[in-house]
Structures are given as C-alpha cells and as structure tokens.
Design a protein around this ligand. Structure first.
Ligand code: NAD
Length: 318
C-alpha cells in the first residue's frame, strides 16, 4: 500500500482508520473521501488530502484514483443495519451499485479494494453459535442482503479478473472517538457514554441477546493486517469472520458496574433492533482468519471497558 483512498472517511471506522493509516503510511499518501454536506473533523482536514468521493459517482472516484496514483481503496461507505431498513433503496444503491463502481475502477486501474462485511451477512438459518466461516447466509434485512451480495461480487472480481479484493465480517464496533452511525449494536457504545455521564441507560435489546463485538483498536489492526497479508496464504477473501468477544446487555452492564456500582440500566426494547439482533449470530468462529493471516484480538470485555472509561472521562470532562 503506497497511495490510499479511504471512502467514507468521516464515519465511525473511517475517522479512526484515517489517523491510523496516515501515521503508518505518511499523511500525504492517504486521501480521505467525504460526501457533500458532511462535517469534516479538523484533525482530518488539517493533516492531509481530503476529496469529495461519492461511491455512486464513478467519474469522481476514478479522477481521485488517477490524480493521487491510488493503489488501495478502503470503501467504508454504507447505510448501517437499522437505518437501511428505513431506506432500503438508498442502502442498495450505496452498498451494491457503489461497490460495483469501485470494483470496475479497481479492475481498470489495478487497485486493491477492501469493503467490510458484517455479522449481518448471516441470518436466522445460519448456525448461531460459533458461526463457521463458510455456512448458510440467507439474511432477511436489506443490510444483510447487500453484504452477502457484496461478498459474492468481490469474490467474483477476484476469481474472474484477479482484482485484489479482501474483507472481514465486522462485529459491532465499540469506540470512544466517533459515535456509531445507526447500527443494531450501537447500544454497546451508548451504554458507556451514559455510565460516564452519570445517566441511567435504556437498553434497546433484551437480556440474553448475545452479539459479537470488538474494540476499535482491534478492528483497525485487523484491516491493516489483512491488507498487508501474503496473498499466497489467503484461501478465503470475501469475507473473513473475525471475533474477539460476545456479550449480552447483562454482561456489559455487570462489567461497567465494577467501575460505577450505582449505574442503572433498564430495558426499553426497540422492536426493529431486537428483530435484527435475533437474526444475527451469537458468536463467530474466526479460525480461518487466525490461520490464514494471523488474526488475534488484543482486547476482551474487561480490558475494553477499562480503556473506554478512561478515555470517555477525558472526553466528557468527568
Ligand atoms: P458510518 O455510518 O459511521 O459511516 C459511513 C460513512 O459512509 C459516512 O462517513 C458517510 O458519510 C459515508 N457515506 C454515505 N453515503 C456515501 C456515499 N454515497 N459515498 C461515499 N460515502 C458515503 O459507518 P461505519 O460504522 O464507519 O461502517 C463502515 C463500514 O463497516 C460499513 O460497510 C459497515 O457496514 C461496516 N461495519 C461497521 C460496523 C460497526 O459496528 N461500525 C459493524 C459491521 C460492519
């Protein structure tokens, strides 16, 4: 990776991936893509090139790839699970037509392409516990349908044209930097903000709803590790299961109460989020990622909770 374009650079993952890539590869080699109307954090605008980059606009993206001699594209543009159910056509346009644009550009210009998939790529008929790498994928959300389609399209471009497409299936990502963008696992970030702010928390999914989650530093590490991995060792491509922890609201609440014994939580179920969460795996089997490119998480629920609280106290001046 010499010259990199990050599309969706202002989002939850993009904003942190930008900082990480700029420190690893040199700020001038990492172009951040944003869409019109979105606020660009000063730290991104001041530290290197930023360009308007809408995935639905092929010409615009191709122009950036040419101007900056881009060899690697990180595509983080998406409408997340809960939002996508409200705007299915928009989700399709960004997650399928947008990806197709990027695959074509990558084919023509010889770029590597990373587009994350999700635990949402599985559905009710997938095995729920330790969901295998290769298994039934019949999701019924538009988010899931778009993720499975994107996995298949990306593999198609690899097998047919040799385009270097690689991807991981992210679990719910937890971070203290940029708030999440409307996914089903957002509660696992919001609960920390409530605890540190001294507020009661209302949980949108029920006790016993287990989902895979991951701390952002591990997610960023996974992206770079996979894109730097020896291609000869990759048996899979789109997309790898990766995992670090699985918990339900009771488990994260109990962990936070070790730091804030008076913290209160109540259930106020959001039907849409509950339905989506019920269709997702409880936990993923990430053996293939471990074997093919050495994936290994660094954080568990306890160490993540301690780190989240330290940083949120600083951020919220508590
Ligand atoms: P986010 O909602 O925080 O950010 C999405 C970004 O896409 C935003 O910066 C938005 O401005 C941009 N965007 C929207 N429409 C666009 C368009 N037409 N062209 C270009 N950019 C556009 O999402 P995120 O959490 O950063 O997720 C990034 C990727 O990771 C997505 O593919 C998502 O499905 C996947 N993922 C995220 C999580 C998570 O917990 N955050 C979990 C699993 C998978």
């Amino acid at each position: 990776m010499k010259n990199i374009l990050v599309i969706g650079a202002t989002g939850q993952i993009g904003s942190e991936l930008m900082v990480s890539l700029r420190s690893l590869y040199g700020a001038e080699h990492v172009v951040g893509g944003y869409i019109a109307g979105v606020q660009i954090p000063d730290c991104l605008r001041d530290s290197g090139p930023m360009e308007e980059a809408d995935v639905t606009n092929s010409q615009q993206i191709a122009g950036i790839v040419d101007r900056y001699h881009i060899d690697t594209i990180f595509n983080l543009a998406a409408i997340l699970s809960a939002q996508a159910e409200k705007k299915p056509l928009l989700a399709w346009n960004i997650q399928i037509n947008g990806v197709l644009n990027l695959l074509e550009i990558s084919r023509e210009k010889g770029c590597s392409l990373f587009t994350p998939s999700s635990i949402g790529a599985f559905g009710d008929s997938s095995p729920k516990i330790k969901t295998p790498q290769d298994t039934i994928q019949r999701p019924r959300t538009i988010y899931g349908v778009s993720k499975v389609s994107c996995e298949l399209l990306s593999d198609y471009y690899y097998y047919k044209y040799g385009v270097d497409t690689r991807s991981v299936r992210f679990p719910g990502l937890i971070s203290y930097v940029t708030p999440p963008g409307g996914g089903t696992t957002d509660y696992a970030v919001e609960i920390y903000y409530a605890a540190v702010a001294g507020e009661k928390f209302y949980t949108p999914v029920s006790a016993g709803t287990y989902m895979d989650m991951m701390y952002m530093p591990d997610a960023l590490h996974a992206i770079v590790m996979l894109m730097e991995a020896d291609p000869d060792k990759l048996i899979h491509r789109n997309s790898f299961n990766i995992a670090s922890m699985s918990f339900d609201p009771e488990m994260i609440y109990a962990e936070i109460r070790k730091h804030y014994p008076d913290f209160e939580m109540e259930y106020r179920i959001d039907e849409l989020r509950q339905k989506i969460a019920d269709s997702w795996p409880d936990s993923l089997d990430d053996t293939c990622a471990r074997e093919e490119w050495g994936w290994k998480p660094r954080y568990d629920l306890s160490s993540m909770t301690t780190d989240m609280i330290v940083h949120l106290k600083q951020k919220l001046h508590k």
